[in-house]
Design a protein around this ligand. Sequence first.
Ligand code: TMP
Length: 218
Amino acid sequence: SNENPSKRGHFIVIEGLDRSGKTTQCQMLCEDIGGLDKEFKYIKFPDRITPTGQVINAYLQGEAEHSDETMHLLFSANRWEAVQGILRDLKAGHTIVVDRYAFSGAVYSAAKENPHLSLEWCWNPDIGLPQPDLVLFLDISSEDAAKRGGYGEERYEKQDMQVKVRTLFKRLFARLPNLSVKVIDAGLSMEDVADQIWQAYKELDEAGSPSEELQVLP
Ligand code: TMP
């Protein structure tokens, strides 16, 4: 149990391409954290349940059309509306595992064929969101990702899009030197990926509690 309940929880984000195994790995990490008798919370963006999330879901499934800019800002709003809950849970000592965050937000929009959506423009609305203590980037080539049963039916699950997304993830992380990013080879077996994630979690946990004051995305 929590030896020092005044310490805030860890804020961990898992990012990657579609079919990189993110969601499975988030679940495995949560189970392992729970196994240590620690409180955790799992969050997934987009959260398709909220009003913004319902619009996003319809768009992703091809049931509704909106401008690229509108969609971009809705994805960002879908994160902003979760901030109070995130801060409250971290303060209560719960570790939060997040499946996609502002990084997906910026790179998926910037990968579109729309000159207005530069990486910089796309990053801007997420500036000021709570900054994760650790980002685990599940890196996989789009070919290997596609081999995993092929992409699904959703809007961005196409190989040329995924190639751009992967390049943009790397460019974005290179622009954020104060962010703690660990790149993990997601082409490895599920167990090996889980082991590496667990190693990274333990390093974060053993490095002592993160600063009480959460940083924000620059
Ligand atoms: P999901 O498959 O993880 O539910 O994500 C749905 C799609 O939405 C996925 O292709 C990535 C994309 N996406 C964005 O375009 N912007 C965002 O801000 C987020 C969180 C996801």
